[in-house]
Every structure is written in C-alpha cells, then in structure tokens.
Design a protein around this ligand. Structure first.
Ligand code: FE2
Length: 483
C-alpha cells in the first residue's frame, strides 16, 4: 500500500494535547474522586513534550516538543503532583535564544524554522530528552532516541545535568526503551554507530554501576530505525523494520530524523538474534515488511523465540509524519495489530510469518514487566481507538492474548496516555494491581490521573490536575520513591 492510498484522518476539533503548558507547579494534594487504593505507595514519573514553539514558530511534529517531567506521588489514597521542564542545552537554546539545538525528529516541510533558527553551534545529538526515563545506581535520568542522558532529581524534578556513562559507546541513535535483565541484574540497550562501518552496539550496564559494557557488535550495510527491541532470557532480538537511515545525512545536525529515513517496503523486516551468552549475532530471520515503535514482550518456549510486537502494516510515513497541527494517531487507518513472530534459532525456516494475538490493536503497550517480561504472560495494556469517535487514541485497553479478547475504559472527550501497570504488594495473579494513565479531558481543558483496577478494568478513582498535560510518551513507577 502506498502512502497516497492511506486515508488521511480528519483534523481534530482542537489540539489541546499539542498546546504548550507553561505552568510549573507543586501541589501537595490533588482533588480525588472515587477511591485510590491505600496500598498504592510510590511515585509515577512521566516524560513528554510540552512546549511546541521556538521563538514565533510552531513546531510541526509532536516528537520535537521540549521535554517536561510530571510526577504523581501516592500515599494513603492521596496524590501529590509536580511538573517541571528539563533544562538542558536544548531548553536553553530554544527558550532563551529562540534557536533549535540538536537533531530534530520531524521538521517544517518548508524548512523555514531550520533556515532561520537553527543554532550554528548545534551538535548532532539533541539533549531534548523527552521520551522516557529510568533509574540505575539510584540515579534518575531521561532520554530520547539518541545517546544523551539528562539526570534529574526525582523529588524536585530539577535538572541535575548531563549524565555520561563510564565507557559510554559513542553513536548516533539509541532506543528510549532499555530492558532490565532481572537474571543478570543489568540494564540492556544498544547504540547505532554510523560514522564508519554501521553497526548496532548492544551493551549492558550492571546494576549499581554507571558503566557500559559492550555485549555484541552487529555490523550492517544499512542501519535501520528501531525505537525499541526484544529481549528474552538468553537473547536480544533487534527487529529491523525497513526504515533505512541515510548515514551521511544522519550525521548532519540540521537533517531531521525524517529527512534521513527511506521506507523500503520491498525489503524484508530482519530479526537479528544476538545470543547474550556468546556475545554475537547467531541468527537472522526475515518477514514481510512492517513497522512498529514498540515491542510488547518476548519469550523462549521449547527452543523457539516468540517476539510480540505492536505492529502496523501501513507505510511508516503515515505514522512517523505526525504533525500536531493536522493529525493524531488513527490506529484503525494504520492497521495496528499485536502480532507474534515465532523464530526457531535451532533450525527451521528463516522466512517467518506471524499470528494476531487479540481482536484489538494497541499503541504504547505495557505489561506486568517485573513479573512477566521474558516470561509467559497473558495481559497487555495499551491505547486504542474507538472507531465511531474522532480519530485519536481515546480508549484504554486491556488485551487478553490467551482468549484474544479485550476490555476497555472510555469516556467521551477524553484521551488517555500510556498505561502503567503497578502490581499490588503480595499479588498472586498477573493482573492483580492497578493501571495508571494520565488522561487529557478535552471537555474540561484539564487532565487527570486515572486509576483503573488491573483485573476488572473498572475505574477506581481519579485525581484532577489544574491544567492540561500535553500528550506525553512514557512513564515509570517507582514504588520506593516518596516525595
Ligand atoms: Fe516509545
């Protein structure tokens, strides 16, 4: 299917989710309706773009907005809240100097913004770390899709400064979705090098250290764009969707990600399997072309590797070319499905197919990660789309991949964000806990933190924030973090 054949979504009636939030507040107690479980203790920290103008120009891609952190701290059924911009070099250049800094994801199609405003001193890598965050060695830091990390104080949300790992592997891209290997007690991710021979450098960081160790180097002729990857007990699987990166362009700061990408639908998607024990790529599988931002989970069963992905078959331009002034996600037009690809490293066909796991597709998939990542699992939480409403992700979904069914939370005029599952202490079942989601309430012009029962998927309560929270990306819950 060509891009031209994909129906363009209707514009949203308003774009509150892409409207700048200038206020930074600290609120000890948000008004709560319903009931938030008293066992829920800890802090949810979320990250996402919140400023969509540089000088007098409006940024034309969601992913370009300046990073803001939001924290929701839970204790005894009450919720406190704070929000603050990450203040790195990108923030200073864009807010104080009115100039872009570092490589952008999308771009103004007329290059007006770049021509007039792009800082001459800008490096290739941006520190607008607006996508995700994590903690290692008791240090909290935010990141985007490039190997730069901004450390922040998790209680004040103040920016501490740039964090550099010992032995940090220099590269041009990375993923904002590191895995944690609970068996080996290491964080795992990769960086793509492309100034010489292109390669994916898979690395790990032992718990309680800030040192990167190279696990494997996977050399490729043409690197591809991957936003996340799969990991099992013994393998890392890099799934190369055929969004090919032009290396020569990519090392130029004024070329956005999108300017360097080419969708090659006749080229297969390649599953590059890295054996953690051997520290090398031991197998490559191929399937028909597809694209995804997010992996869901991966499990080894009987010698096979099951790789579950929030996949879309449609041209990547439709998804990646998001312009806040035009569209939001339309999952039905993009053909989102949760797919399972089965790889047999011990033999069998190198050309693989897939099966659909549920009757609804999701974006921003999350699972009970601590209990079930790399292990057999049943439930996926994510964002979905209500076919009879406006074209946006406006439903919170729970998929049951054993029965292939789904349940949903929906409220007219509301737009939930990525669901984060928090297990109940002492839980004995996979879905015993709550799901947290920041919901943009377009009717009210504000947002609220929604708490849904993980099992019944019924709303338990909500805590309302006095302003809107622009559409964000990812968040993490830290049960031992208190404000
Ligand atoms: Fe992501």
């Amino acid at each position: 299917m060509s891009t031209a054949e994909v129906a363009r979504p209707e514009p949203l009636p308003d774009f509150l989710g892409f409207t700048t939030l200038d206020r930074e507040v600290t609120i000890d107690r948000l008004p709560v309706t319903g009931r938030i479980p008293e066992w829920l203790t800890g802090t949810l920290v979320r990250n996402g773009p919140a400023k969509f103008e540089v000088d007098d120009y409006r940024l034309t891609h969601w992913f370009n907005g300046l990073a803001m952190l939001h924290s929701f701290a839970f204790t005894e059924g009450q919720v406190s809240y704070a929000n603050k911009y990450l203040r790195g070099q990108s923030y200073e250049a864009e807010v104080n100097d009115g100039q872009l800094y570092g490589k952008q994801f999308g771009m103004d199609p007329c290059k007006r913004l770049f021509g007039r405003h792009f800082a001459e001193y800008s490096p290739n890598l941006s520190d607008n770390t607006n996508v995700n965050l994590t903690r290692i060695a008791n240090r909290y830091f935010a990141f985007n899709e490039q190997p730069r990390y901004l450390e922040f104080d998790p209680t004040t949300l103040d920016t501490v400064g740039e964090l550099e790992f010992d032995g940090q592997i220099a590269g041009e891209t990375s993923t904002p979705h590191p895995h944690f290997d609970f068996g080996r007690r290491t964080l795992v991710n990769y960086t793509t090098t492309m100034r010489d021979r292109a390669a994916y450098q898979v690395f790990y960081v032992p718990e309680n250290t800030l040192t990167q160790h190279r696990m494997a180097t996977v050399e490729v002729d043409e690197p591809c764009y991957m936003h996340s990857f799969a990991m099992t007990e013994n393998y890392v699987v890099l799934v190369e969707f055929p969004v090919v990166i032009d290396q020569e362009k990519f090392v130029q700061p004024d070329k956005s990600f999108l300017e360097c990408f080419t969708w090659q639908p006749t080229r297969p998607a390649r599953f590059r399997v890295v054996d953690k024990r051997e520290g090398r790529c031991t197998a490559v599988f191929e399937s028909e072309a597809f694209f995804a931002f997010h992996h869901v989970n991966a499990v080894e069963v009987g010698g096979d590797i099951l790789v579950d992905i929030a996949a879309t078959h449609t041209p990547y331009e439709t998804v990646l070319g998001l312009a806040p002034t035009e569209d939001q996600f339309d999952l039905s037009a993009y053909g989102y499905q949760v797919r399972r690809y089965t790889l047999s490293p011990r033999g069998g066909a190198s050309r693989i197919g897939w099966e659909q796991l549920a009757d609804a597709g999701v974006e921003m998939p999350r699972i009970n990660y601590r209990g079930h990542n790399t292990r057999p699992y049943r439930y996926v939480y994510g964002l979905g789309h209500s076919p009879r409403s406006i074209r946006a992700m406006n439903r919170l979904l729970k998929l049951d991949i054993v029965n292939g069914t789904h349940s949903a939370w929906y409220e007219k005029g509301c737009f939930p964000g990525e669901p984060v599952f928090v297990p109940r202490p002492g839980a004995s079942t996979e879905d015993d806990g709550v799901v947290l989601s920041g919901v943009l309430d377009a009717k009210a012009g504000t947002s609220f933190l929604l708490v849904v029962d993980g099992s019944s998927f019924e709303e338990l309560g909500r805590a309302r924030v006095p302003h809107h929270i622009p559409n964000d990306f990812h968040g993490q819950f830290f049960a031992d973090l208190h404000r």
